[in-house]
Write a protein that binds this ligand. Sequence first.
Ligand SMILES: [Fe+2]
Length: 283
Amino acid sequence: MEKSYSLNAAMIDDGEAKAAQHYADHFGEPGFKDHKKMIIEQRYEGYTEENQETWQILFRRQMEYLTEHASNVWLAGAKAINLREDKIPDLNEINSRLAPRTGWQSRAVPGYIPAQGFFACLAHRDFPTTIVIRPKESIDYLPEPDIFHDIFGHVPLHADPIFADFLQTYGQAALQTDDKYHTERLARLFWFTVEFGLIREEGRIKVYGSGLISSPGESRHALTSDEVERRPFDLNTVCDTAFEIDHYQPILYVLESFEQLRDAMNSYAERLLNGTVSTPTHA
Ligand SMILES: [Fe+2]
């Protein structure tokens, strides 16, 4: 995926960012094993007034809906990290609240981080975070992650100890798996949970996946459309389900609790890392 940000691109266009991106593009090769070398400074002063307005609009129009329809765990996390409407998050401020809770930190990266580098960050409780924000004129169209998706969508759950453990275990398992069959299954697991997951709380289905949390259109569609099949979460079924990226998801999976996700991940990781999960010969 190429970078195609049209606003505040200068924030990710200097020597530091270029070196970090080069490192990310080669991550895993000899001499490219230190995930911290993909991290850059946020350089907060690079945000324009228009960038700040874009954040405020996105925040305002989605938060009211989420108060009713997001997982309580996401809502509690948003409060814990002091996610606020008036300005684009300063990663240092977020981390000063997040790190003492779960050890997770949100780390600025220069752009798209290929899989190996991404998993290495997760394995260390560092979340690779896009720092640019979408152009105001295309506020509804998001071809790739921006800071609204990455912070608003993802980071509140990192304040929850159970989700925090799950995500690190996921990163550790994905990092150590070089089998294509399992890499694909792990990508599906990420997609149907971290990105597009639903959860049942007090008898009602709520959103928690970042792709739903950060999208007014898709969050409503996910919860109300007759065209969406909402299946009970089962790790093997999820891993067997292919996903499509260019339209609203027709299939979603509903957790009963984040413990269910953590426990399923733990047992998958254990089997993967002990070598007791084999690749089917037909795969
Ligand atoms: Fe995401």
